[in-house]
Design a protein around this ligand. Structure first.
Ligand code: PLP
Length: 391
């Protein structure tokens, strides 16, 4: 199917090289990597190699890499591990703009007796660092702050935050699911204790994730079972997916330049053209500190969901925010936290590009979008009212 796929923050195409690397471990070498026999050892050896490739991408040690099933599991494991490791500490700090994988867990924990501080952001989605540092206390079990926002692409200064939190001896976790593969992520520079990443955001398959755990970090496993992952995550490893992730990480290292030059150029072209051709349109989020592949654009007085349905008629796939919250007509919690006016928040959509996007695809969107918005506004009583007032 020929689609113009611009929803890469939701999930990515599995790279053909990744499929090729995985194939033999689904069909031929299906042994259990924990088995004593040499047939299982073939899988075990490849798993070891994949761990090295993942570690290399974020400049970690291979033994600091724990394979999980997804980014959500990694986030849950990190936060639950910290609260279990420090049972007397009852305070958690996170932000108002986290992915539901962190936000909903923290809200759940707040009902279980934890005090949760949600750090606010400004109108451009930038974190209030003073508020964050002022709320650190001896009672804080963990601080969990995303590296980059999935909806707006806004990047937080994780290196600076980690240094401050580290100095206080408090556990710091970052959800780097959207950052890895798009911007350099180096745990030898950013002193995070734990970091989550997800395979399906970096051209590996769905169902594989990673929790980086810095050597020496107090840890309690979430999945208790066998001795896999050195007892940090029980359960037979998803060997083929792990091998795929290893390959994807190797590719991601090489693709960083393309993402930050050509792909960023395509994103900028799309964004600039839409701002120029469509009246009452605006970018959500700090235009400078942003992922190179992401743009969140608010079109006033239209419904984001309606835009997406019309784009779909041209086989253009975009999103109104986190795939996990789509389907609800509420404006996203991220845009609400930024104080984006209701009129624009409702009409906000996200294009997120990948190395597979082309200039021709961007040109198609630029050609179709102005008419789509104009058509929707013709049907919008709010737009008519706005026009009446403006004239
Ligand atoms: N964190 C962020 C920032 C995300 O964007 C996502 C997925 O959209 C997740 C966590 C969840 O990852 P997964 O789908 O692998 O559970």
């Amino acid at each position: 199917m020929d689609v113009i796929y611009m929803d890469n923050n939701a999930t990515t195409k599995v790279a053909p090289e990744v499929v090729e690397a995985m194939q033999p471990y689904l069909s031929e070498f299906y042994g259990n990597p924990s088995s004593v026999h040499s047939f299982g050892g073939i899988a075990g050896g490849k798993l070891k190699e994949a761990r090295i490739r993942v570690a290399e991408l974020i400049n970690a040690l291979p033994e600091e890499i724990v394979f999980t099933s997804c980014g959500t599991e990694s986030n849950s494991t990190a936060i639950r591990a910290a609260v279990e490791s420090y049972p007397t500490k009852k305070h958690i700090i996170t932000t108002r703009v986290e992915h539901p994988a962190v936000k909903n867990l923290c809200e759940h924990l707040s009902k279980k007796g934890y005090r949760v501080t949600f750090v606010p952001v400004d109108g451009q989605g930038r974190l209030d660092l003073d508020y964050l540092f002022d709320h650190l206390s001896d009672d804080t079990a963990i601080v969990s702050i995303m590296w980059a926002n999935n909806e707006t692409g806004v990047i937080f200064p994780i290196e600076e935050i980690a240094a401050k939190i580290n100095a206080r001896g408090i556990v710091f976790h970052t959800d780097a699911v959207q950052a890895v593969g798009k911007v350099p992520v180096d745990v030898s520079q950013a002193k995070v204790d734990m970091l989550s990443l997800s395979g399906h955001k970096v051209h590996a398959p769905k169902g594989i994730g990673v929790l980086y755990i810095r050597k020496g970090t107090k840890f309690a496993p979430f999945m208790i079972g066998g001795h896999q992952e050195h007892g940090r995550r029980g359960g037979t490893e998803n060997v083929a997916a792990i091998i795929g992730l290893g390959k994807a990480c190797e590719l991601a290292k090489n693709h960083l330049v393309d993402i930050n030059s050509r792909v960023k150029g395509l994103r900028d072209k799309l964004e600039n053209a839409l701002l120029e051709k469509v009246p009452n349109a605006m970018i959500n989020g700090d235009p400078d500190q942003r992922l190179p592949n992401t743009t969140s654009i608010g079109f006033e007085y239209v419904e984001g969901e309606s835009i997406l349905l019309m784009l779909d008629q041209f086989a253009i796939s975009a999103s109104s925010g986190s795939a996990c919250t789509s389907g609800s007509l509420e404006p996203s919690h991220v845009l609400r936290a930024m104080g984006i006016p209701f009129t624009a928040a409702h009409g906000s959509i996200r294009f997120s590009l990948s190395i597979y996007n082309t200039e021709e695809e961007v040109n198609t969107i630029i050609a179709e979008m102005p008419a789509i918005i104009a058509r929707l506004r013709e049907m919008s009583p709010f737009w008519k009212e706005y026009q009446k007032k403006a004239n």
